[in-house]
Design a protein around this ligand. Structure first.
Ligand SMILES: Cc1ncc(COP(=O)(O)O)c(C=O)c1O
Length: 465
């Protein structure tokens, strides 16, 4: 954002880019949408794009790329081994994040897979501020147990706490006392904590967690898939950071982590991922696995073109003009929803706007998936494709019991640099209508339930027609 002083007092945030390529949108008719959601078995993941008006399922892999990223894709040096484009990526990681060893992976979950294989043993525990779906599955498949050590305020959907993504340091000390450091291969902190509504942690909290890790010689892993938004929110909300640049904040965050990994599909606006570290031992342990699961170390399962765009994306991620537009859009959207008294997660964070489905649909019990039902209903009334982030996104226990999610959220994601203010007005208008007529929305039940990550491919039907 370009931030200037307003002539009326206060600040004006102005987008620091312009749009030069557009994609035409089509608003399908209501009947078409009804037919489409039935054919998609009430799962918004299974909708076809031709039936979607605003695709706000995710920011992953659908952010608008920059002219410089596209140019880098053309000049990328395509080769199996030793490409100069890979070394440009290494240089970008070193310059921006401060790590010298880099392992490219085909996306974020591939990085999680390698971390799980390299470090997690049967019965280990992995403390984190909150889980992410793919993280939890990989760590559990390796025999580990995920422990979420969030602060109490994290699950309060109507809060003013600026850093709901913080980890509770006392809970971490307690876990280390209880399990012993031998059982803890690493502690994981996730920037712009996805499943609690895109909420940031503070630098102060990250530093405290790092100090505790250091006291016990436990490595700290940072999931920096959405580090851009976390850094922007630190700049806005944390004392002492107002006059620091996003580049300085990102560097400082990274200096506190022993291992960094990311899905580059998010902050870096390409399709890929990577792990980075300054620890030679960790690097060597991970490097052995790279050719087995991903590819040769100079491409790691990614196309070289995407590697080139990623090198540029990493640099642009800390460009003051380019960062923050999405956070400002989300803030504006949340403020408009609050005016309509619609239950939405506050404070606004990164990633998207999160409707609180338990408050929106108090008549739909959790075993009928209120967030899934609300996402489907939102699609019917608006053509907006959002994502269920609640019990449907959880895994059952090994003996088949349902695990109810702490929160039932409908995430209306904001791909970076993609949607406009008029889209926000449209969404608010439709959500307000839906809230007024919320008693029309009933629950869902499974007709086909996959054994893992069921939210992707699961099929449901509408209870009570
Ligand atoms: C915080 C976080 N970590 C990891 C991942 C997994 O990354 P990918 O989808 O690239 O496999 C995601 C994906 O959305 C994410 O949000």
């Amino acid at each position: 954002m370009i931030i200037v002083r307003s002539s009326k007092g206060g600040e004006l945030c102005v987008d620091g880019y312009r749009v030069r390529i557009i994609e035409k949108l089509r608003l399908p008719s209501l009947n078409e949408r009804l037919k489409a959601i039935r054919e998609a078995f009430w799962n918004t993941f299974l909708l076809k794009n031709e039936h979607v008006f605003l695709d706000m399922l995710t920011d992953s892999g659908v952010n608008a790329m920059s002219d410089k990223q596209l140019a880098a894709m053309i000049t990328a040096q395509d080769s199996y081994a030793g490409s100069k484009t890979f070394y440009e990526l290494v240089k970008a990681v070193e310059d921006v994040l401060g790590y010298k060893y880099v392992l490219p992976t085909h996306q974020g979950r591939a990085a999680e897979h390698l971390l799980a294989k390299a470090f997690i043993k049967e019965d280990d525990v992995i403390p984190m501020n909150y889980h992410f779906t793919t993280t939890k599955v990989h760590f559990e498949l390796a025999g580990g147990q995920v422990l979420e050590l969030y602060i109490n305020e994290a699950l309060n959907t109507e809060s003013t706490h600026p850093f709901k993504g913080n980890m509770d340091p006392e809970k971490l000390r307690e876990v280390i006392r209880k399990y012993g450091k031998e059982k803890i291969p690493f502690v994981r902190m996730e920037a712009t904590t996805n499943l609690i509504g895109g909420q940031p942690f503070s630098m102060e909290n990250l530093r405290t967690i790092k100090e505790i890790c250091d006291e016990h010689e436990i490595p700290l892993v940072l999931d920096g898939s959405m580090i851009d938004w976390n850094a922007y929110l630190i700049k806005q909300r944390e004392r002492g950071y107002r006059n620091k640049s996003i580049a300085e904040i990102v560097k400082e965050m990274c200096s506190l982590a022993d291992i960094f990994y990311a899905s580059a599909r998010k902050a870096m606006c390409v399709r890929g991922g990577f792990i980075a570290t300054n620890n030679k031992k960790f690097f060597e342990k991970l490097e052995e696995l790279l050719p087995v699961y991903e590819g040769f170390f100079t491409y790691g399962g990614m196309s070289i073109k995407e590697l080139g765009a990623m090198a540029v994306g990493i640099r642009e991620m800390v460009d003051e003009s380019l960062v923050g537009s999405t956070v400002e859009q989300i803030r504006c959207f949340v403020e408009k929803l609050k005016k309509e008294k619609i239950p939405v997660v506050t404070p606004p964070g990164g990633l998207g706007v999160h409707l609180d489905a338990m408050k929106f649909l108090p008549h739909v019990p959790q075993n009928q998936y209120p967030a899934g039902a609300l996402a489907a209903a939102l699609y019917i009334v608006s053509g907006i494709r959002a994502m269920e982030r609640g019990t449907m996104s959880m895994e059952r226990t090994p003996d088949g019991r349902e695990v109810f999610s702490d929160l039932e959220l409908v995430r209306i994601a904001f791909p970076r640099r993609t949607y406009l203010r008029s889209h926000i007005d449209y969404a608010v208008d439709r959500i307000a209508w839906l809230y007024e007529h919320r008693e029309l929305i009933k629950g869902l039940e499974w007709v086909y339930e996959p054994p893992v990550l069921r939210f992707f491919l699961g099929k449901l039907k509408d209870v009570d027609n």
